[in-house]
Design a protein around this ligand. Structure first.
Ligand code: NAD
Length: 477
């Protein structure tokens, strides 16, 4: 499938894969085994809605089962098609290997405009779709574990989990059949924010390596950096919020489906979110920024960091030459086409690739799956014991200082912060931060140690394909 003379999304992913494997010493057979999508199941089902039978088309692709379960989100959008689902499933395989979550890659999608149906109707459609997948083990705690993606969230995941439990009444691990559930329905603290939080941690790690930032012509840390975000949905909203509220970034433009907003002094992300909620997702009429009808043109505005966090293929051969950002972090999956990527690379733009940049979601999904299988909240056993040990130490320090007549006082708030044991949210964030730092370091090690590796994307593929190949070889394939 050709779009504007460019390869399709799946072909783009394969071409990027080929660039990397040309630098590896894999047998052609193994190379092909890793590249291909193992299977795609298409389901067409009917639901009686508004007095008539509506037929829906959905997909679940399994790209690689070198590890099971396989993992990947379910997307609801009218644009969903087999090529896209297979491309996204492939990216899941590479992403899981890169951030060391023990899963193969999968993805699902339903051709539907979720805004065209009310909540009760969406529940009926979701349960029917889930039924079709569950009865074929395409949703299963040990075999295939979906998660949210564009157009789906906690609510849909809770319906899927409940549907699975109804069809598998004696499965004690039923809740682990899907991740991204609300915390009261077996989810985990910090999952909703996880992908955006991961983007923040990825950028922090990037700026910790001064020579990497220098390659993009940037210096210092995130403080004061000018940022543009496309898509203020789950991923884009959280990334923009954390970067502006916690790291001192200025979000100077955001791009949504009906236009963009610009404010060189920094946009108030929380206020825009409230405006979107109150105006059926429209940015028009927001008073804290200038409205620009041609939102996509803002991708070309000067800034330090560009964060595409909406759709695939938004930066392509045509607009890539005009992109001014020296650093692009791919919060969305596949936002840069193969052709666009080539042009940007030649210009010296540094691209933090999707398979790393948005891996925060699957990382915290992994924690949620482990929590479901262990049937206990993280930190429940250790938290108070940890607090007790800290109290012991602080009490002893205070006793020693009073005995020796030394007069010192702890800084305000220190005692309270030090004594507090880590709860689930702190542990999740700590695990996520560690994962994002570790994966970045693995990529940059390859980037800097092999002169033929031009960019972080190829470095990411090399790390990831190397690990997948090892798994296949160990299995004796
Ligand atoms: P979402 O549905 O919550 O948000 C998408 C946002 O993009 C919405 O606000 C929508 O209005 C906006 N949008 C749609 N079309 C647009 C256009 N043409 N221009 C500008 N904005 C547009 O989806 P999400 O979960 O935030 O996912 C966004 C991207 O991140 C996708 O590529 C997805 O695959 C990827 N991703 C998501 C997760 C996750 O945990 N949700 C994890 C990894 C990767």
């Amino acid at each position: 499938m050709q779009v504007n003379g460019e390869p399709s999304f799946r072909e783009s992913v394969d071409l990027m894969f080929n660039r990397a494997v040309s630098l590896m010493d894999l047998s052609p057979g193994l190379e092909q085994k890793i590249r291909v999508c193992n299977s795609t199941y298409t389901v067409r089902f009917g639901v009686r809605l508004r007095g008539k039978l509506e037929t829906f088309t959905g997909y679940r692709s399994v790209h690689s089962e070198h590890m099971e379960p396989v993992k990947g989100g379910i997307r609801y959008a009218m644009s969903v098609n087999q090529d896209e689902v297979e491309a996204l499933a492939a990216l899941m395989t590479y992403k899981c290997a890169l951030v060391e979550t023990p899963f193969g890659g999968s993805k699902g999608g339903l051709c539907i405009d979720p805004r065209a149906w009310d909540e009760h109707e969406l529940e009926q459609i979701t349960r029917r779709f889930a039924y079709e997948l569950i009865k074929r083990d395409l949703i299963h705690p040990a075999q295939n574990v979906p998660a949210p993606d564009m157009g789906t969230g906690e609510r849909e995941m809770a319906w899927i989990a409940d549907q699975y439990a109804r069809m598998n009444t004696t499965d004690i691990n039923a809740k682990a059949c899907v991740t991204g559930k609300p915390p009261h329905a077996g989810g985990i603290q910090g999952r909703v924010e996880a992908t955006g939080r991961g983007v923040q941690y990825a950028l922090r790690e990037f700026f910790r390596h001064k020579e990497d930032a220098a390659k993009a012509g940037l210096s210092g840390d995130l403080d004061g950096k000018h940022v543009i975000v496309q898509g203020l949905g789950n991923v884009g909203y959280h990334a923009a919020k954390f970067l502006s509220e916690e790291d001192g970034c200025k979000v100077i433009a955001i791009i949504e489906r009906d236009g963009g907003l610009v404010n060189e002094n920094g946009l108030d992300i929380e206020a825009i979110r409230q405006h979107l909620n109150a105006n059926q997702g429209s940015v028009k009429g927001f008073v804290g920024g200038t409205y620009i009808e041609d939102g996509a043109s803002l991708l070309e505005m000067a800034c330090d960091i560009l964060i595409p966090a909406a759709l695939e293929g938004v930066i392509h051969k045509e607009n890539a030459p005009r992109i001014k950002a020296p650093l692009i972090i791919e919060a969305a999956n596949g936002p840069i086409t193969f052709g666009g990527d080539e042009i940007l690379r030649k210009k010296g733009t540094i691209i933090v690739p999707d398979m790393y940049a948005n891996a925060g979601g699957v990382t915290v999904s992994y924690f949620e799956w482990v929590k479901n299988l262990s049937h206990i909240r993280f930190g429940r056993m250790q938290r108070r014991a940890e607090e007790a040990r800290h109290i012991l130490l602080v009490d002893e320090l205070e006793r020693l200082s009073s005995e020796k007549g030394v007069s010192w006082t702890m800084s305000p708030g220190f005692k309270e912060r030090y004594l507090r044991g880590a709860g689930e949210l702190e542990l999740v964030r700590s695990g996520l931060d560690d994962t994002m730092r570790g994966a970045y370091q693995a990529m940059r090690e390859v980037w800097h140690s092999r002169p033929e590796v031009e960019d972080l994307r190829v470095a990411a593929y090399l790390v990831s394909i190397g690990r997948i190949a090892q798994t296949y070889q160990t299995k004796g394939l």
